[in-house]
Design a protein around this ligand. Structure first.
Ligand code: UTP
Length: 460
C-alpha cells in the first residue's frame, strides 16, 4: 500500500502521472515500490527535472587549453619507473557503462577484442597488470568500477578464469550507485511491475566509489599515492605508463591528463578547455558551440587543439577531496529499452527517455592545478563504442595489430614485412623485463600468430 508520506512527496515533485500508475498496481507491487521510494533521493530528482526544464543549454564560456608538453621525456620515465617499483600507484578502471551502442549482452569488459586470441577487455587489462607487476617486481593494484547491472557477472567472470593470473589481493571490484531514469516528460516509470526504472549514474562516481567502498584506504596503507584512471573500452590505454606517472609526480598539481591532438572538428570526443576560472577542464563535443568547436587558428589548426581520452592521474588527496565536489548533471536521451536489463511490456513500444550522469572530467576544474601531456593517438586511443563503423571492433583490432607490429619491431630491432598477416603479442612484450629484451633482440618474427614472450625462454 502507498503510504501518505510517499503520496504527498510524489505530488510535491509533480510525479502525479507516476502516482496514478502506482495506484493501479496490486498491493504487493505497491509495497515493493514504496520500499524503493523510501530510499529515494527526492532532491536529486528535483535537480534532474530542473535540468530538463532549463531546455536548450546555454554554453559555458571557455578558452583553448594548449600545451607544448609531449611524451618522450626519458627523465620523467625514469621517475615514474621508480614510483611503479615502489608500488606508488593504483589503477582505477571504469566499467559500469551499459555498452548499449556496442549491442553486447553482458559486461562490456567481457567483450572479446584481441585480434587473434579473442581476449576480452578485462583479460587484457588483468594480463597487463600481471606483466607490469613482473616487470617492476611489485604486485600492482587494480580496481574495476562496475554497476548493478554487470557487477555479479563481472565477479563470476574473473572467478571462472582464475582472475587471469592476478593475486586475490591485487584486484578490487566495486559497484557504482544507480539513479532513476525518466521518460521524455520527466516522469519516473516502472521497469517491471515492482521496480522503478534506474540505471548507472555515470563514470563520475568512480572517485567516490573508490573512497566509499574502502579501496582507497586499503591502497593508502599499501603506500599508494597516485591513482591512474582509465576506461574499460579503450584497450590501448596503458595504465602503467611510467612517463605519465613521472609527469604526475613532477607537475606539482593534483591532476594530470593524457591528451591527444584533435583530428576532425566533428569528432565525437571531449575537448580540453580552460574554464572561466582559468582551470583545466573538458567540454563534451555537444556542449560547445559548433562555431567554436570547428574554429581554426591563424595557422589552419583547430583553435581548441586537444582532445580528452579520459586517461588521468590523480593524487590520493585529490580523490579524498572529491567527495565534496558538486558535479553537474548531464542528461542524455537514451533508448530506454536498451537501458533495461528486464525488458517488459510496461515499456512503451518506441521507448525514449532521459538518463542522467556525472562525468569524471567534471572533477578537473576542482584541481588546484591540472596539466596535460600530449601523446600520439595511435599509441593510446582505440575506443570501442559502436557495433560497426567508427570506433567499432574492426577499427580497434586494426589498431591493436599495429601496436603489436611496432612493439615487436622495436624489441627485435628488425623490420616487419608489410605482407605479414595479423599477429598478437602476449602482454609481457608490453612490459618487457631485461631478460625478455635480451631474448628477443635480433630474433625474426616467428611464423605463429600468437607470440608468447616466455615460450622462447621455456624452449631453451
Ligand atoms: P560511455 O558512456 O562512453 O559508454 O562510457 P557506455 O555507457 O559503456 O556505452 P553506451 O553509451 O551505453 O553505448 C565511457 C566509460 O565510462 C564507463 C564505461 O564503462 C566506459 O568505460 N561508465 C559509463 C561507467 O563506469 N559507468 C557509467 O554509468 C557510465
Amino acid at each position: 500500500m502507498l503510504n501518505k508520506k510517499i503520496t504527498s512527496l510524489l505530488k510535491e515533485i509533480e510525479q502525479t502521472q507516476f502516482l496514478e500508475i502506482l495506484l493501479t498496481l496490486p498491493s504487493r507491487e505497491q509495497g515493493l515500490i514504496c520500499r524503493q521510494l523510501c530510499n529515494f533521493d527526492f532532491e536529486l530528482l528535483e535537480r534532474m527535472k530542473k535540468t530538463l526544464d532549463k531546455g536548450s543549454r546555454s554554453f559555458e564560456k571557455v578558452t583553448p587549453y594548449t600545451t607544448k608538453r609531449k611524451r618522450g621525456d626519458g627523465e620523467l620515465k625514469q621517475i615514474g619507473a621508480e614510483l611503479l617499483k615502489k608500488g606508488k600507484c593504483g589503477i582505477l578502471v571504469v566499467a559500469g557503462g551499459l555498452g548499449s551502442r556496442l549491442r553486447y549482452q553482458g559486461p562490456k569488459g567481457c567483450f572479446p577484442i584481441s585480434p587473434v586470441r579473442q581476449k576480452s577487455l578485462y583479460q587484457r587489462l588483468a594480463e597487463r597488470c600481471v606483466a607490469a607487476s613482473s616487470q617492476v617486481g611489485h604486485p600492482l593494484q587494480i580496481a574495476f568500477m562496475t554497476s548493478a547491472s554487470n557487477h555479479a557477472e563481472t565477479g563470476a567472470y574473473f572467478a571462472q578464469n582464475a582472475f587471469f593470473g592476478l593475486a586475490p589481493g591485487q584486484l578490487s571490484i566495486m559497484v557504482q550507485p544507480t539513479w532513476p531514469v525518466l521518460d521524455l516528460k520527466g516522469n519516473l516509470f516502472l521497469e517491471s511491475p515492482g521496480k522503478i526504472a534506474t540505471g548507472p549514474n555515470g563514470n563520475g562516481s568512480a572517485l567516490a566509489s573508490l573512497v566509499e567502498e574502502g579501496v582507497l584506504n586499503r591502497w593508502k596503507q599499501l603506500g599508494i599515492e597516485y591513482i591512474v584512471f582509465i576506461q574499460i573500452d579503450n584497450p590501448l590505454a596503458d595504465p602503467f605508463d611510467p612517463e605519465f606517472l613521472g609527469f604526475a609526480a613532477t607537475a606539482g598539481g593534483e591532476v594530470v591528463v593524457k591528451a591527444i591532438e584533435r583530428m576532425d572538428p566533428d569528432e565525437n570526443v571531449g575537448i580540453l578547455v580552460k574554464k572561466e576560472t582559468d582551470k583545466l577542464g573538458v567540454c563534451e563535443y555537444n556542449e560547445m558551440e559548433s562555431a567554436l568547436r570547428t574554429k581554426r587558428d591563424g595557422h589552419g589548426g583547430l583553435l581548441f587543439p586537444l582532445a580528452n581520452i579520459s586517461h588521468f592521474c590523480f593524487t590520493v588527496s585529490f580523490v579524498e577531496r572529491s567527495l565534496s565536489f558538486e558535479l553537474p548533471l548531464h542528461p542524455a536521451k537514451k533508448s530506454l529499452k536498451q537501458l533495461m536489463s528486464d525488458r517488459t511490456s510496461l515499456l512503451p513500444e518506441k521507448p525514449n527517455g532521459w538518463k542522467f550522469e556525472h562525468f569524471i572530467f567534471d572533477v578537473l576544474p576542482f584541481a588546484r592545478r591540472g596539466e596535460a601531456m600530449i601523446y600520439p593517438r595511435e599509441e593510446c586511443f582505440a575506443p570501442l563504442k559502436n557495433y560497426q563503423g567508427d570506433d567499432s571492433v574492426a577499427t580497434v583490432q586494426k589498431q591493436l595489430v599495429e601496436i603489436d607490429r611496432r612493439m615487436y619491431a622495436s624489441i627485435s630491432g628488425l623490420p616487419i614485412e608489410s605482407s605479414r598477416g595479423p599477429f598478437e603479442l602476449s602482454m609481457d612484450f608490453h612490459y618487457p623485463t631485461q631478460e625478455l629484451l635480451d631474448d628477443w633482440k635480433g630474433k625474426p618474427l616467428p611464423e605463429v600468430d600468437y607470440i608468447c614472450a616466455t615460450s622462447r625462454r621455456n624452449a631453451r
